[in-house]
Design a protein around this ligand. Sequence first.
Ligand code: SAM
Ligand code: SF4
Length: 447
Amino acid sequence: MIAYKYTFVMNSKNVYIETFGCQMNVNDSERIVTMLADIGYLPVKTPADADMILLNTCSVRGGAEEKVYRRLENLTALKRTKKHLIIGVGGCVAQQEGEALLQKLPGLDLVFGTHNLHLLNDMVQAAERGERRSETAFIDNNQRLELFPPVKGMTRVSSFVTVMQGCDNYCSYCIVPYVRGQEISRRSTEILDEVRQLAAAGVREIALLGQNVNSYGLKSAGEPAFAELIRQVAAVDGIQRIRFFTSHPKDMSDDLIACFAEIPALCGHIHLPAQSGSDAVLARMKRGYTRREYLEKIRSLKSARPGIVFTGDMIVGFPGETDEQFEETLTLMEEVRYIDLFSFAYSPRPGTEAAELAEDLSREEKQRRLERLQALQKRITLEICSAYLDTTQTVLAEGEGKRPGQVSGKADNGRTVNFIGDKSLIGTFADVRIIQVFQNTLLGELV
Ligand code: SAM
Ligand code: SF4
């Protein structure tokens, strides 16, 4: 749960934000909350309580636009009883569809693209005067660096800090470079200021975010490389845990791998998507590494930090994927032994290179492969997690659990651990013995 704290608010109005997709979108929504506070909006948890509803959207996989249209149709119906309600769309679907969204949906007031957050408050004030606006122009990198509003006022013990945005990799299936724009790294001085402020406010864990986080700094003269940035974040007083998402295997440098041996605050978990276990498919995906190179990185990480756990992303049914190539993905999973995996059936995205390739697999065949992969992952997850039974894990308690009296937090390996404990533990580290293992969580008791 996200808690917000503001000391000075004029003319309080309420905003409800619904966030789709990745952690970067979650962090952008936090940024939106920070900005809207300046014009008197406070976040609420239900659309019914809102004066303004914003959808922060994702279009990475097919069907996203339809989902957003359907959701917006439902939400715009609320305008029948609440005439002053403002409705807006941001994020990747907004970037992709732009003005067309305003044309298709008469109840929609504003559309803001992925480079236009800085215009949001003006747009909202225009909507309050009855104007409808769409802003989706990409802006150049120098201007983007100046316009990176920090997140303020959060009281979460584990916080996201975006360090880079956009992507220049152009994997052949992926829409991100088209809707998020060119890769850009934030200034390290600003990142460290933000981390220091968060630490002073009680934050103990920092998750550094970027679409391709480990290419941080590579294209910015004067900025450190990602490994060095991690060392600088680890040196900030009060920061006891660091995570980062999402790394690209081709940018997993030896120096970054060495950080896992050197820096105790760096958690023993890495999200390192392979996407496929077949060299032929990886080449068609334009991923820039082979299966052997990927597995070498995994081996180096395992020796740098014994016990490290891996999560990843995998796509099944990429155009031309044969049965044998799909089997290679399953054998890669057995070799890596991911603790968890996000798996997707390939869906063509408009404007991408792969969308030009003939789709030779039926929807049923893709689904069959996805189910096989997910059944294998389920088994591996349970095998790995069963080994945690009876071990003591240090858990950073982040909030209340779903069951009464439970506190919930994360172990160093990123698994969610629930245990019976007093709410006063939230924000602190607790030693918890694992007594039961589930597919997505661990159950423990205070030691
Ligand atoms: N930057 C990350 C990387 O390189 O691994 C991934 C970011 S992407 C927003 C999240 C995941 O969505 C990808 O890792 C991929 O598995 C999946 N994805 C992207 N495009 C897809 C598509 N066209 N069809 C199915 N899954 C897709
Ligand atoms: Fe998409 Fe590839 Fe960039 Fe990841 S690295 S965001 S998959 S283009």
